[in-house]
Design a protein around this ligand. Structure first.
Ligand code: BG6
Length: 486
């Protein structure tokens, strides 16, 4: 099987924050891989814009090093790299002042081509950059802007941000990134659900007992302590990535795979979420591990921090399809393994013809998002051998890399896909303003409740799967978490 690569149209992409961490780790290595794949046209230009005093040569050296470090296995040879860097320029710009803007306009005022502006900067600068793009005549109807999370820190700030951007750009020009939507396997959720007849008839509370969504990480907060301690797992992961996964697994089939049809259905899921009862949320904060990893509090330098690095909660969707089927969401740092998985646990058969001694057996569908992307369906069969009918559960296991051969292994990074979608003008995998606001409207009361009650997160051992209360929350419901395994 050979992947089809369709080159995009000629474009100019300006990356504000072009010397920053995201640009060096993700955006530019991703663009380089698309270049190697033959998707980036030779006339395309990338302009790194930032405050530092650099010239083109120094910037290209910086990005050469970044690609060597973060380009991944797919990074191709030196000749390709030099050719790619030829398409890369640097511009010193002051996002809050006037320096550099006249020059940027000059660069962008050439022939007619797609123009995209990537705001890889602090959200505090989004408004000022948007305003300057307008003032300098670069916010024309075809221009696109790309903004990164965090998109606000609550409903009010997200609304402000949406309003500010809407002053200068139409919704159809704004690409809000949630990089989880760019992951191959996350899109596979839609393919599995809506490309197969098998699952959809069973996809409701009549047949599904509950659904678990786990995004477990082994890393700690690293050097992002300052940001993270003001955010916590709820804002950093649940409000965006986990809620997006929840939407894709729970939404009604959209009429078409197009931006508004898909996003309308996701929005309906978020709006149908019940408020979460505080008894069905567990927050945790990781402890140090045998001198090798610092505790959360040491890592962020806040000895009394009440910020959570782990959240587990039970969500309920009040609509016809899902009334009665709980969704359990769990995410945390410094857990036992890096593993993102969605597990659909089906109900018991209505009657066992094999008698009580055959035990209870349930079908369990696991969709592994990372690593070892794939699908496993637990089915019940007869235990081999004589002596009566005993039942056992066995997995029907499909790892995508095995099933797809080289194409399965050669996965496109989320950022590569999303940037190419910006150039193509396809917003399906980006969050619409109303979706982001609805997600905050659901998470705000949860976070406000913690603050009002001055709640302290429960400590958990690094390398464990969160505080014991997380397991207790499930046991109270007569259920248990799936084991977090890599
Ligand atoms: C980011 C969060 O959005 O997602 C990080 O800010 C988190 O805290 C990361 O580590 C996880 O992404 P991935 O792609 O490694 O699962």
């Amino acid at each position: 099987m050979v992947s089809r690569v369709i080159p995009v149209e000629v474009f100019d992409l300006v990356i504000f924050g072009g010397t920053g961490d995201l640009a060096r780790r993700k955006i530019l290595p991703g663009l380089f891989r698309r270049f190697c794949a033959g998707q980036m046209p030779s006339g395309a230009r990338i302009i790194g814009a930032a405050r530092s005093d650099l010239d083109d040569a120094a910037y290209r050296d910086m990005i050469r090093d970044a690609i060597a470090e973060f380009g991944g296995e797919q990074a191709c040879d030196d000749a390709h790299l030099s050719a790619f860097l030829e398409q890369l320029d640097y511009l010193k710009i002051d996002a809050r002042g006037e320096e550099g803007w006249a020059r940027l306009r000059e660069i962008m005022s050439g022939e007619d081509r797609i123009e995209a502006y990537y705001f890889s900067v602090s959200p505090a600068l989004f408004g000022e950059i948007a305003e300057r793009l307008k003032k300098w005549g670069m916010a024309d109807a075809d221009a696109r802007i790309v903004v990164e999370k965090p998109f606000g820190r609550n409903l009010e700030t997200a609304r402000d941000l949406n309003r500010t951007l809407a002053t200068y750009f139409d919704e159809g020009q704004i690409y809000r990134i949630d990089h989880y939507l760019g992951k191959e396997t996350v899109q596979n959720l839609m393919a599995v659900r809506f490309g197969n007849m098998l699952f959809e008839p069973l996809w409701n509370s009549q047949y599904i007992d509950h659904i678990q969504i786990t995004v477990a990480e082994t890393v700690g907060v690293g050097d992002r302590g300052e940001y993270y301690d003001k955010a916590g797992a709820m804002r950093d992961m649940v409000q965006n990535h986990l809620m997006q996964l929840l939407c894709l697994i729970a939404m009604e089939p959209p009429a078409r795979f197009d931006p508004d049809a898909v996003r309308d259905e996701k929005l309906k899921v978020i709006r149908a979420l019940d408020p979460v009862d505080p008894h069905h949320i567990v927050r945790g904060q990781y402890l140090a591990r045998d001198g090798t990893h610092p505790s959360y509090r040491d890592a962020v330098g806040e000895p009394r921090s009440h910020t959570e690095s782990f959240v587990a909660l039970r969500a309920r969707i009040s609509n016809w399809r899902w009334a009665g089927t709980p969704f359990y969401l769990r995410t945390g740092k410094r857990m036992s393994a890096r593993s993102s998985e969605i597990t659909v646990v089906f109900k018991d058969t209505p009657h066992s013809i094999f008698g009580a001694e055959a035990g209870n057996h349930r079908n369990v569908l696991s969709i592994r998002l990372q690593p070892n992307e794939g699908i496993t369906l637990g089915v019940t069969i007869k235990e081999p051998g004589p002596g009566g009918m005993r039942l056992i559960d066995v997995p029907l296991d499909m790892t995508f890399a095995d099933a797809l051969g080289e194409d399965g292994a050669d996965q496109v990074d989320a950022y590569e896909r999303l940037i190419m979608d910006v150039i193509r003008g396809n917003q399906t995998l980006f969050m619409r303003g109303d979706e982001v606001e609805a997600a905050w409207a659901w998470t705000d009361p949860i976070i406000e409740g913690w603050v009002t009650r001055n709640e302290v997160p429960k400590p958990y051992e690094s390398g464990s799967d969160g505080p014991i209360d997380s397991g207790n929350m499930m046991r109270r419901d007569g259920r248990e978490w799936r084991k977090v395994s890599p």
